[in-house]
Design a protein around this ligand. Sequence first.
Ligand code: FA5
Length: 347
Amino acid sequence: MDLQEQLQALRNQTLDQLKAFNGNHTKELQDLKVAVLGKKGSLTELLKGLKDLSADMRPLVGKQVNELRDVLTTAFDQQAKVVEAAKIKAQLDAESIDVTLPGRQMTLGNRHVLTQTNEEIEDIFLGMGFQIVDGFEVEKDYYNFERMNLPKDHPARDMQDTFYITEEILLRTHTSPVQARTLDQHDFSKGPLKMVSPGRVFRRDTDDATHSHQFHQIEGLVVGKNISMGDLKGTLEMIIKKMFGEERKIRLRPSYFPFTEPSVEVDVSCFKCGGKGCNVCKGTGWIEILGAGMVHPSVLEMSGVNSEEYSGFAFGLGQERIAMLRYGINDIRGFYQGDMRFSEQFK
Ligand code: FA5
């Protein structure tokens, strides 16, 4: 075979091989291109034969070699496009969406049990015409203690030690400072004050099954004309029966708070032992859920409210204790640990 015949043979063979290509064989196509047109490829190999040709044949065959290189380069480029298109089509086919497949299950979370409890209590009070007021978790000593009738160095401050930010600013120990802040704002010419204020409070308490160094309270305050201890008892009984059912027993124990006079502690019969005495109620059969009393005249006077004309009652509920009683939770620490197995039980 002379050189021209070899060129013709290479042309036919390569074009046949390219025609046979289908599918996504990018690598094989690239290999073939190198084998034919590469530096050590068949065409370069044939070029070496040019030197053996006569002087007048050399330019003619040289031109044919160049033409063949152009033809084959174009053919390879076209085939590369075909291969690429086939590859994209295969990918699209594989990724097509089957709309008949069942959807993926989404796991829905739920609100924290304390949020749920708080909302239920708020609903009950809203139904009784109370307004809901926000307070500050970081509070002034002045509102947390002094305005609650606990001047500096008052011994009752020991009942509620806390975390101080400065000497005058602290993490509030109870929601009671909201009493002073709302009393300051209220316009009694427009009617009595009836408010509840839920929120987080902090104490230097040792954590155990029923105590935490941070917990939640709901403050309640009613001030108007002729408000009596009977109103306090009636309101508390109604709340407790709505929250725990008619069968739950409550008891009022005389107590002491500097900001109420007289003061009471309200206990509910233990959810675990029903009143016989167990580890949850520390053998007493009762769990304390709130402190309450008639607003001390000094608290009213410090807000500029005439204590001869106006009287009122106040209470502070422990939200965790309420939730524990309602759902039979026997360790307060469960509320804060973020364990899904705990939270999921209150969907
Ligand atoms: C007070 O905090 C008073 N401010 C309540 C009050 C308001 C009395 C208005 C009179 C008028 P006491 O320290 O008892 O009171 O707390 C109230 C409730 O918070 C308790 O009954 C209890 O349910 C809850 N509580 C108290 N300490 C803790 C604690 N360490 N962990 C969880 N709950 C607590």
